[in-house]
Design a binder for this molecule. Structure first.
Ligand code: 5GP
Length: 236
């Protein structure tokens, strides 16, 4: 494996240089954190599951014309990705009320939204990724107006593609978080798409199959991650 210098270690992933300056090796860890890393733990084989699920979903998006940083799966925990400069904005799309939106607006979890809600959060752990809006983004020059339009457009496209994909598998895509990066002058999707970054509810029963099982001490965390992998890989 072409594993050079470690360039970055985040809460769930590490990035390594490769011989190609435009390509990084992304490694998925089993470490789990929640509530701004005040809660820490391990979800056994989470890295393997998230690597595999992300690979399938990135490839699905590529076939539908959404450019991502994904290049190639290497092994159970590693994928090659394009080296992007991450835009410090976390985009959240919500189809059903849960988590942060339920708390912020005093709404019951499970309300199906008439149309998807897009939120921008400033990517800054120390500030707890605060909610902000397009005016903040433009005033702070975090990206250009054109880049922001692309980010918004792509986020809704991704939601349509993923919502449909999961509905066919009897899973409600409740909400998810995306991160984008700049690569050779273009905005492309980066980071990961996994049970760490999405809320997945079994259709009908609303059984949670995502990181909320860890956040809320619901038990069967590993089983839920493995179940989502089987669903994504059509083994269920
Ligand atoms: P909420 O704002 O309700 O906490 O999160 C909305 C969605 O985005 C959830 O699916 C959650 O997993 C994801 N999300 C938001 N912020 C983060 C983050 O900092 N890290 C990860 N892994 N997921 C996030």
């Amino acid at each position: 494996m072409d594993k050079g210098e470690q360039l970055y270690e985040g809460k769930a992933k590490k990035l390594y240089a490769t011989k190609d300056p435009d390509v990084l090796l992304q490694e998925f860890k089993d470490d789990a954190t929640a509530f701004d890393a005040t809660k820490r733990g391990t979800i056994v084989e989470k890295g393997i599951v998230n690597n595999k699920i992300s690979a399938v979903l990135f490839q699905l998006l590529e076939t539908k014309g959404v450019e991502t940083h994904f290049l190639k799966s290497i092994d159970e925990r590693h994928m090659l990705v394009k080296k992007v400069k991450i835009v410090p904005i976390e985009v959240t799309i919500r189809n059903i009320v849960a988590g942060g939106m339920s708390k912020m607006l005093g709404l019951e979890e499970g309300i199906v939204l008439k149309e998807p809600v897009l939120e921008y959060h400033y990517k800054d752990d120390a500030l707890h990724d605060p909610l902000f809006n397009e005016y903040h983004i433009k005033a702070l020059k975090l990206c250009t107006e054109k880049e922001l339009e692309t980010i918004k457009l792509r986020s809704f496209e991704i939601n349509n593609i993923l919502k449909h994909f999961f509905l066919e598998r009897k899973i409600d895509l409740v909400d998810f978080k995306l991160e984008f990066g700049r690569y050779k002058g273009k905005i492309i999707l980066a980071d990961e798409i996994s049970p760490d970054t999405c809320r997945f509810w079994e259709k009908g029963t609303k059984r949670k199959l995502d990181k909320d099982r860890f956040r809320r001490d619901l038990g069967d965390v590993e089983q839920a991650y493995q179940e989502m992998l089987n669903i994504v890989e059509n083994k269920k």
